[in-house]
Each structure stands twice: as structure tokens, then as C-alpha cells.
Design a protein around this ligand. Structure first.
Ligand code: UD1
Length: 421
């Protein structure tokens, strides 16, 4: 298994091009299932999760041509409606094939994702929504088997769905299902994340009729089929945020390019509060570190509030910044595993229920640490960049799932990171 060895203590300087968003690319790749016509995507990030998603779509019968950041998909010969456990367990977003398969083919069998490192992550809201649209779903031996065979023309029926909790995946699954349903579907208490807006905009380019994207009420008029489309995937907010924190922590000067600063506001705000200098430009953000950073207080919540996917990185910042910091995680129940690893590097962190209190002002020293999930791994990289000596991070396959060419991008900015096989 690959490891990263980081020699800490080098400020980062320069420009970094932010890649396409993993969390937009995954549902958009899966949206190809809804159409017989080609879907031509650009700015697809090169990541393990994208490869897993393409493997899953290929296994279902989608023809995929993937070259660098382009991906051409055509789903006119889908013959298999089964998403097996082997693929779903490695990537939870695989559950997103459920809505499209059911809407287009009236049949789907998808493994339940089960628990994962950051919490139990149920899919009850996805299931309940599809049931309200008339589908019959049975859970047996760890699989969801779903059918619309009993419905008029075997089609899902538009309806009003109030989601009990704001869920990104649930909103995406139901929005995709509703695109080909009979009549109007209203999704209430919908998630407002920019990645959902991106998926919606791609669906609109494919011929879907969707209103209210970016609000908590999304209205979809079902259509009978979709058409050929070309779409450029949005930038990765979390990758951009990770580089911004790195610039602040190392006292460097980094421009994150190819982004939409408006969608970075909750993160930019916290970088400013930490005392780093931020210059917001039209499609980039410059962050200049300050020798004296201040710890910040964060409460994670659905967009436009502070994203759970950025709290681990800010915990690394709080550890080395001055003063007591506080991070409260409200989305996932078990998302502080990076704290134990940071403590092994010299951090003082006290976890009280879902809040991590950092004492601040810690001088970190390099150690052997273990990545436990995607964003936790990123916080260890950030800690390694400022630690004294060498930090070795094991199990970095987590990082490869979600960060494109991470060490190469950091090294161009002046970091000293080596990948060992
Ligand atoms: C997505 C993101 C992930 C991010 C998360 C929250 C992708 C591929 N992943 O994950 O990076 O951390 O949003 O912003 O886009 N829940 C239920 N029942 C459901 C569905 C969700 O109780 O049916 C709960 C979850 O357990 C969690 C909360 O709702 O506590 C939010 O989860 P959700 O927004 O669905 O996360 P994902 O879509 O899995």
C-alpha cells in the first residue's frame, strides 16, 4: 500500500489549478443512465472514486470513453440493473444508481452501503422518497430490490416529498428519479449544495425541466426522454478549501485558480477569521499566511453553512494556531478520527461529544500516522506540512479517492512530499 512521507516546514507559494468536483462528477456520471443519448463531460477529476463509478456504470452496460478530464458516456445498452456490494461498499455514492435505474428501466437491485468510518449513514430518505413515487422496494440480504412493474406504463409517479433531514445524496437520487417520472415532483427540505445545482444544470442541458435549484424546494416536471448533452463539471470546493488552509498554516502565499469564490464563502470567512490575508478575485482566491494564526470556531451544517468535509482540515489549523478552538460536527456522528492521529503528532485535543476543543499553539512533530477517511487524511497532510521532521501517512488510498494529484500539486507549491509504494 502506498504511503506519503512529508518533510515539514516549507511555506507554500504559487498557483494551483483546482480540479473538477468529485461530489458533482459522481452524480453527473450516474445521470448518464437516464438517457439513451451520449453525455459528454469535461473537467472530470482523475480519482479512484471516479474510476470506481466508471467501473460500476460499465458493469451496468454503459459505454464509457474516459480520457484525461473528458468522459463520454452512452447508456443505450443497459442490460444489468444490479449494483453489487463489492462496488457499493468502496464508494457509497453508488447508491445514486437506484433512482435513475428505477426511473428509466423500472428495475434496480442495489446493495445497501452499510456503515462506514464516519458513521452509520442510512439511506432511508432515498428509499422513502422512491416509495412515495410509487416504487415497490424490498430489502433482503443486504440488497434493495426495487420495481415499478405495477405502475401505469411502469413509470414512477410525480408527487410531493418532504425529506426529514437535509441530505445531499437523497436530494440527488430523488431529483434524478423525478426527471423521468410521470408529472410533477416537488422535493421539499432539499439540499442546496452547489454540487446539486451542478447536477441539476447538467440534467437541464440533457432536457430535464427543473426549477428551484439552490433552494430547499426543487420542482421537477417529468419528461419522457432526454437528449445528447455536453457539460463542464464545477470546481472542487473541498480541494480549494484544503489548499487555502495549507497556505494559511504554512505562512505561504497561494492562489487557488479556476474556482467560483461565491461558493467558497463559509470557508473563506473562517480563513479570514484565522488571521490569514484573503484576496477574493473573479475566479480565484489568494491566501497569504500570517505568522500568528488564531484558532476558529466552526459548526458544520448543510450548505451554505460550513461543510463537514472541511472540518478535519481546520482542526489541523486550530491545533497550531493561537488560542482555544472549537469544532462542532453536526452531520456525521463519528467524524473525529483524525484527532487521535493529530494527538500522536503533539496536538492537544479534547473531544466532548460532537465538539473538538483544541488548546492551540502546539508545535507538531512528524510521526507515523494512519489515514482513516478521505478528509481525515487531508488534515494529516496539512499537519505534516508544518510538523518538525518527517511525517509518514499510511493508508493513503483514502486520499486517492478524492484528491487529484495531491502530492504533485503540493510539491509544485514548494512542499516536500514523497509517495512510497
Ligand atoms: C455527501 C457527500 C459527502 C458530504 C456529505 C454531507 C457525495 C458523494 N458525498 O454525502 O462528501 O460529507 O454529503 O455534506 O456527495 N441521512 C439519513 N438518511 C438518508 C440520507 C442521509 O439519515 O437517507 C443522514 C446521514 O446519515 C447524515 C446526513 O443525513 O447524517 C447527511 O448525509 P448526506 O447529505 O446524505 O451525505 P451523502 O450524500 O452520503
Amino acid at each position: 500500500m502506498d504511503k506519503l512521507v512529508i518533510e515539514g516546514g516549507y511555506p507554500l507559494e504559487g498557483e494551483v489549478c483546482i480540479s473538477g468536483a468529485k461530489n458533482a462528477a459522481l452524480p453527473i456520471l450516474i445521470a448518464s443512465l437516464l438517457s439513451d443519448e451520449p453525455l459528454n463531460l469535461q473537467n472530470v477529476p482523475y480519482l479512484q472514486d471516479i474510476e470506481t463509478c466508471i467501473d460500476l456504470l460499465s458493469a451496468l452496460g454503459v459505454q464509457v470513453k474516459h480520457k484525461e478530464a473528458s468522459c463520454l458516456l452512452q447508456a443505450n445498452h443497459v442490460t444489468n440493473f444490479d449494483a453489487p456490494y463489492g462496488l457499493v461498499k468502496t464508494m457509497r455514492a453508488s447508491i445514486l444508481v437506484l433512482g435513475p435505474l428505477l426511473a428509466k428501466y423500472g428495475e434496480a437491485r442495489v446493495s445497501l452501503p452499510g456503515g462506514c468510518a464516519i458513521g452509520s449513514r442510512p439511506v432511508d430518505i432515498h428509499i422513502k422518497g422512491l416509495e412515495l413515487m410509487g416504487a415497490k422496494l424490498i430489502i433482503d440480504k443486504g440488497y434493495i430490490s426495487a420495481t415499478t412493474a405495477h405502475l401505469p406504463n411502469k413509470k414512477l409517479q410525480g408527487c410531493s416529498i418532504f425529506m426529514d433531514q437535509v441530505t445531499v445524496g437523497g436530494t440527488e437520487n430523488l431529483m434524478m428519479a423525478a426527471v423521468l417520472a410521470e408529472g410533477e415532483t416537488i422535493l421539499e427540505n432539499a439540499a442546496k449544495e452547489p454540487e446539486i445545482v451542478d447536477l441539476g444544470n447538467c440534467l437541464i442541458k440533457m432536457g430535464a425541466i427543473i426549477d428551484g435549484l439552490g433552494t430547499d424546494k426543487i420542482i421537477i416536471q417529468g419528461v419522457s426522454s432526454l437528449k445528447e448533452a455536453s457539460y463542464k463539471i464545477m470546481f472542487d470546493r473541498i480541494e480549494a478549501g484544503t489548499f487555502m488552509v495549507a497556505a494559511a498554516m504554512t505562512g505561504g502565499k497561494v492562489v487557488c485558480k479556476n474556482i467560483n469564490p461565491e461558493e467558497m464563502e463559509s470557508i473563506t470567512q473562517k480563513i479570514k477569521e484565522s488571521g490569514a490575508k484573503v484576496e477574493v478575485r473573479e475566479d480565484s482566491i489568494l491566501v497569504c499566511g500570517n505568522k500568528k494564526l488564531e484558532s476558529v470556531k466552526i459548526i458544520t451544517a448543510p450548505y451554505p453553512a460550513f461543510p463537514t468535509d472541511m472540518q478535519a482540515q481546520f482542526m489541523a489549523l486550530n491545533v497550531v494556531a493561537e488560542g482555544v478552538g472549537e469544532i462542532t460536527e453536526t452531520i456525521f456522528e463519528n467524524r473525529f478520527m483524525h484527532a487521535q492521529e493529530l494527538i500522536r503528532m503533539g496536538a492537544e485535543i479534547d473531544i466532548k461529544q460532537n465538539t473538538a476543543i483544541t488548546k492551540g499553539g502546539n508545535i507538531l512533530t512528524g510521526a507515523n500516522v494512519m489515514a482513516t477517511d478521505l478528509r481525515a487524511s487531508a488534515s494529516l497532510v496539512l499537519a505534516g506540512l508544518v510538523a518538525k521532521g518527517k511525517t509518514t501517512i499510511e493508508r493513503i488510498y483514502h486520499l486517492d479517492r478524492g484528491y487529484e494529484k495531491l502530492e504533485a500539486k503540493f510539491n509544485i507549491l514548494g512542499a516536500k512530499i514523497k509517495r512510497l509504494n
